[in-house]
Design a protein around this ligand. Structure first.
Ligand code: PEP
Ligand code: MG
Length: 576
């Protein structure tokens, strides 16, 4: 009989392969005292390890395939910059002398000190830097320990597909996996928005996160199946089960080929309703994928990725050029740029928020921008200046109160006046939109609909706040339920408010890309979907097979149902 471990699926697909268990984060680093005469040699040993780490990072950097998201190169550049900083190049050597200890231990002490400093920082953007410290220290420690597979992930090209099991993975390690044809990844830590999850999705590798004790329970080389469609990992399968998953894999490949053929077909329902399918992107480079799936535009450009993994935020000019270039590459296809949404939910490691009482409820997104007006102003100026180069909409995240709306609008008036005085061109009417992702905003959707040119429902955060469930805490991943009546009722309220006010409405949270939910969203009146590019073909397929009138009759009572499972069964029945 097979054994199953459960986790949260963050990138779908089925993979069959042999386990490669990576004991990351479980390095056996201990302190040992050194005699004074050995300290110089120990410092030299540390410097050699730092040099090897630098060489490894340069090698990884040089091997980045051209179609790899730009964020990955930025992650590696950050680690290279950190290696040159005195925090790594000088302080650990001093610790070796002061404490007369081994290099691994000196690095651990320095890591503890740096993590403490980052954790104490008010600025959520800077707080996220602690992940980089941990990943880099781990790399150097592994070199020092001559671990079996330094650094992090060294998986040779093998004839059989490999499934990587790790505590956590650094982005640079993810890149190695991409090159080494890893079939799937499984980590113990992280939620759907950890770096691992974001990059796994953009690299198209099936992935599960939050699989408790995976590195302890699984053994190297055992045969595994990752069913990332259902959040499970199975081992000790019998032949019949294995054959079943092989069939599932074949069916997935066939389905992908079929879906590819839909690229140029319109998103039109059987009863003639035209739907609008847009893509969520994290960098201008993602536009290639957008074209591959035939999206009508970008419904959400998460600009915060431009601000991550670098020592300083980009200035106005750099942002302007980046947004302008993205618009140029889109060649007239509309772009919805979201203002900076940095904050607690963008951290890859839930542990790193330990010192904040309630980071998801704290200073993030527009709240943070309104506290740091120079940062916000420079982004608004860059976005407005870019608007001279193509159709652009501006979307503001996390809006909750009337006061925030007024502040944002006042700032935009000031920025426009300034640009006019400087004779800098910008589009006369850039539609201004609000993300509806806080329950208070959903409840007041009629007010928001009057105040804004368009609305976009951010279901990831709307669910987090409605269900009081931290989206990056693996221990509560199971509590996320898009079919919870509380979530559905809020969505229905927003749809109704936008329709009554005659304002365009989109949904840009992950729900919009979940084809299993598409019939329900269509029945509820949603007409514009924005989702990760890879999920759009499946959504389009459901749309093209749907008669919306019939769906409304079949699902009209769903909002009255108190049982999400019953709605899920009904949806399953409709999709069969
Ligand atoms: C959301 O919250 O649904 C959303 C789209 O924004 P993000 O996932 O970037 O917070
Ligand atoms: Mg959000």
């Amino acid at each position: 009989m097979s054994i199953a471990l459960c986790g949260s699926s963050v990138s779908p697909g089925t993979a069959i392969g042999r386990a490669r268990v990576q004991q990351l984060g479980q390095l056996d680093v201990s302190e040992y005292a050194l005699p004074a005469r050995h300290l110089d040699a120990e410092v030299a040993r540390l410097h050699r390890a730092l040099e090897i780490a630098r060489e490894q990072l340069h090698t990884i950097r040089a091997r980045i395939p051209s179609d790899t998201p730009q964020d990955i190169a930025a992650f590696i550049d950050t680690h290279l910059l950190m290696l040159d900083d005195s925090a790594f190049s000088r302080v650990p050597a001093e610790i070796i002398h002061q404490r007369r200890c081994n290099a691994e231990w000196a690095l651990k002490l320095q890591q503890d000190a740096l993590v403490q400093v980052f954790d104490a920082m008010e600025d959520p953007y800077l707080r996220t830097r602690r992940d980089d410290v941990e990943h880099l220290v781990r790399r150097v420690q592994q070199i020092l320990l001559r671990a079996e597979h330094p650094p992090g992930v060294q998986i040779e090209r093998e004839s059989e597909p490999r499934i990587l099991i790790a505590v956590d993975l650094a982005p640079s390690e993810m890149l190695l996996l991409h090159q080494q044809q890893i079939a799937a990844i499984v980590t113990e830590r992280g939620g759907p928005l950890s770096h691992t999850a974001i990059l796994a999705r953009s690299l198209g590798i099936p992935a599960l996160v939050g699989v408790n004790q995976a590195t302890r329970l699984l053994h190297d080389n055992e045969l595994l199946v990752v069913d990332a469609n259902h959040g499970t990992l199975l081992c000790e399968l019998d032949d019949a089960q294995l054959k079943g998953f092989q069939r599932q894999q074949k069916a997935e490949r066939r389905q992908r080929r079929q879906l590819d053929r839909l690229r140029n077909e319109p998103a039109l329902s059987l009863d003639g309703v035209a739907l609008s399918l847009h893509a969520n992107i994290e960098s201008g480079d993602d536009i290639r994928t957008l074209q591959r799936v035939g999206a009508a535009g970008v419904g959400l450009y998460r600009t915060e990725y431009l601000f991550m993994n670098r020592p300083h935020p980009p200035d106005e000019e750099e942002q302007y050029q980046s947004y302008r270039d993205t618009l140029r590459r889109l060649k007239g296809v509309p772009l919805t740029i979201r203002s900076l949404d940095i904050g607690s939910d963008k951290q890859s490691d839930p542990g790193s928020t330990a010192n904040c009482s309630n980071p998801a409820l704290g200073l993030r997104a527009v709240r943070l921008c309104l506290q740091d007006l120079p940062l916000f102003r420079s982004q608004l100026r860059a976005i407005l200046r870019a608007s001279a180069h193509g159709p652009l909409r501006l979307l503001i995240p996390m809006l909750t109160s009337h006061q925030e709306i007024t502040q944002v609008k006042r700032l935009l008036v000031q920025v426009r006046d300034q640009l006019r005085r400087e004779a800098r061109p910008f589009a006369p009417a850039v539609p201004l939109g609000a993300m509806i992702e806080v329950p208070a905003a959903a409840l007041c959707a009629d007010i928001f609909a009057r105040q804004f040119d368009f609305l976009s429902i951010g279901t990831n955060d709307l669910m987090q706040y409605t269900l009081a469930t931290d989206r990056v805490d693996e221990s509560v991943n199971h509590l996320f339920d898009p079919l919870h009546p509380g979530v559905l009722r809020l969505i229905a309220m927003v749809i109704k408010a936008a329709h009554s006010a005659g304002k365009p409405l989109s949904m840009c949270g992950e729900m919009a890309g979940d084809a299993r939910l598409t019939p329900l969203l269509l029945a509820m009146g949603l007409r514009e979907f924005s989702a990760p590019p890879a999920s759009l073909p499946a959504v389009k397929q459901v749309i093209r097979r749907s008669d919306i009138g019939k769906l409304q009759r079949a699902l009209g009572r769903s909002l009255d149902s108190s049982d999400p499972k019953r709605i899920a069964q009904r949806l399953e029945g409709l999709l069969r």
